[in-house]
Design a protein around this ligand. Structure first.
Ligand code: MSP
Length: 512
């Protein structure tokens, strides 16, 4: 059986999750669900990056400077609650303050040291706390960090360094040979130019910090947070604690990251793995960033969107649908509540919701709520297009395939006008039309399993079927045309996407 090991970035917990953090995790969750649906063995890892100076400062601000761990415990618990409420299906929520992670980091450090890739040097650099990274003068804009617009601190100390430049050629060769290592291609070019022209050895310890994992053999120094954080992907596989699990899960099949952290994931991390003698992850997907109503989402602008609130207002599936439909995976986008409401009214309530409602109502009316006799279908190519899009990490295109079916079905209703067929007693044509519509709805449900899991199960239930994960045969059977059994009872129930009070569609309906 093939396996799929997918990860998200681990998040800093100096605040609560924003819709940006939810975005990385939603994509990972959808892909995890897709591979589970295919019957693969899946491991989905997410969690929190806790050995960061940012968290320490947040603890101090919260009046918990003497109990940093207590602060982290509280925050990590709140993140876990949020992720549970958002319905994420991670197999582990890793925290980098956990004991098995410290163990993995120690083992990894020693492996890299043994290769001869760690040396002691003097570090003089400009450190941005926001990024947890050093900058060269040339990287700054008006002397400030380009991301945080703050003046970085000048730091001089004795540090341990990692011989990153030793891996320059090997990294370029790997990326050249594996065009899929960095997706999308635009990011690949960016990373190649960084590796070729700008990459330097990096300092991987801090003498000035008190929080973090101690350097093995030199307890006065703490390991640089990024060196420790990246290793979480190995800890999550079992490295350092469970060799059999590690052999099974490593290398990761997919790291999902935002475009802001690709240098760490596509240069530093693979070089670290090469140094430790471990295989590299198969793919790194860099997704884009989104603004909120055209502006950068930031605490100082006060426009940070809380994903849990949106999920409470609209439902988890609507948030998932919006993010995966509005933003082409890999590109930048914009988040706007108006756009979300528009897509809810137009695509979810009107197109999908209405389709289900009409088909189920007509089945009740003309066939006493039972599925009519089987007939041939018209789904040619839809599943192929859907799978290809999911495999190539074009989730937006997979949704496009689904919506094509939704629209074609609505069009079929208009063209065939079942109410006219009923009047004219065109029974065969009426039965064929209704079977095609019901069976297409069943296929739509299955395609939505990874993307809108609750909606998929509700729709299956309306069609008189069990939830997707209770399907007892090989999933390919569920994807075949004609699996909806004639004579089965449907269950219309409540609308999938009730009209919102005050929405234009609701007003239009009220006026008619
Ligand atoms: N802790 C590091 C990652 C370590 S991984 C070994 C980190 N954490 S973070 O909390 O700052 O958030 C990381 C991720 O959140 C980003 O890479 C990105 O995936 C996501 N996003 C945060 N804001 C976002 C947007 N506005 N838009 C899209 N994604 C965003 O970096």
């Amino acid at each position: 059986m093939s396996k799929f090991y997918v990860t998200t970035p681990i998040y800093y917990i100096n605040g609560l999750p924003s819709v940006g953090h939810a975005y990385s995790t939603i994509i990972a969750d959808a892909l995890a669900r897709y591979h589970r649906m295919k019957g693969e063995e899946v491991r989905f890892l997410t969690g929190t990056d806790e050995n960061s100076q940012k968290n320490v400062e947040a603890a101090e601000r919260a009046g918990m400077k003497d109990d940093i761990q207590g602060y982290l415990d509280q925050m990590a618990a709140r993140w876990q609650e949020a992720f549970d409420e958002l319905g994420f299906t991670h197999d582990r929520f890793i925290r980098t303050t956990e004991a098995d992670h410290a163990q993995a980091v120690e083992k990894f450090w020693k492996a890299v040291e043994k290769t001869g890739d760690i040396y002691l040097g003097e570090y003089v650099g400009l450190y941005c706390k926001g990024c947890e990274a050093f900058y060269g003068e040339a990287d700054l804009v008006d002397g400030k960090c380009p991301l945080h617009k703050t003046v970085p601190e000048a730091i001089k100390e004795k540090n341990y360094f990692f011989r990153l430049t030793k891996y320059r050629d090997a990294l370029l060769e790997h990326i050249g040979k594996h065009p899929d290592f960095v997706v999308p291609a635009s990011r690949r070019n960016e990373i190649v130019s960084y590796i070729r022209d700008f990459m330097t050895d990096i300092s991987i310890s801090r003498a000035s910090m008190k929080w973090g994992i101690p350097v093995p053999g030199d307890e006065k120094q703490r390991i640089y947070v990024w060196f420790d954080a990246l290793i979480n992907y190995l800890t999550g596989a079992g490295y350092g604690s469970d060799d059999a699990a590690c052999a099974k899960w490593w290398p990761a099949d997919l790291h999902i990251v935002g475009k802001d952290i690709i240098k760490f994931h596509c240069a530093l991390w693979p070089a670290m793995l090469m140094s430790a003698g471990l295989p590299l992850p198969t793919r790194v997907l860099a997704h884009g960033f989104f603004t909120v109503n055209g502006e950068k989402m930031s605490k100082s602008l006060g426009n940070v969107i809380d994903p849990v609130q949106i999920a409470r207002d609209y439902g988890n599936d609507v948030l998932r649908y919006f993010l995966m439909r509005e933003i082409r995976l890999g590109e930048d986008g914009d988040f706007s509540l108006d756009r979300l409401a528009q897509r809810y009214d137009g695509e979810l309530a009107n197109e999908l919701g209405n389709l289900a409602h009409r088909v189920l109502t007509m089945t009740e009316k003309y066939f006493d709520g039972t599925v009519p006799k089987r007939t041939d279908g018209f789904l040619a190519g839809a599943w192929d297009g859907y799978h290809l899009a999911m495999e190539e990490l074009r989730v937006h295109d997979a949704l496009e395939v689904v919506w094509k079916l939704v629209r074609e079905s609505n069009q079929l209703i208009e063209e065939r006008a079942p109410w006219k067929l009923a009047k004219l007693k065109e029974e065969k044509m009426l039965a064929d039309t209704m079977y095609v519509l019901l069976e297409t709805l069943r296929h739509i449900s299955w395609m939505l399993v990874p993307i809108m899991p609750d909606t998929a199960d509700r729709l299956l239930e309306k069609l008189g079927l069990a939830p997707a994960k209770e399907f007892s045969q090989a999933v390919e059977v569920a994807w075949r045309w004609g699996e909806l059994a004639p004579g089965a009872k449907i269950e219309k129930g409540e609308p999938l996407f009730p009209r919102r009070e005050g929405s234009q569609a609701a007003e239009a309906r009220g006026n008619s």
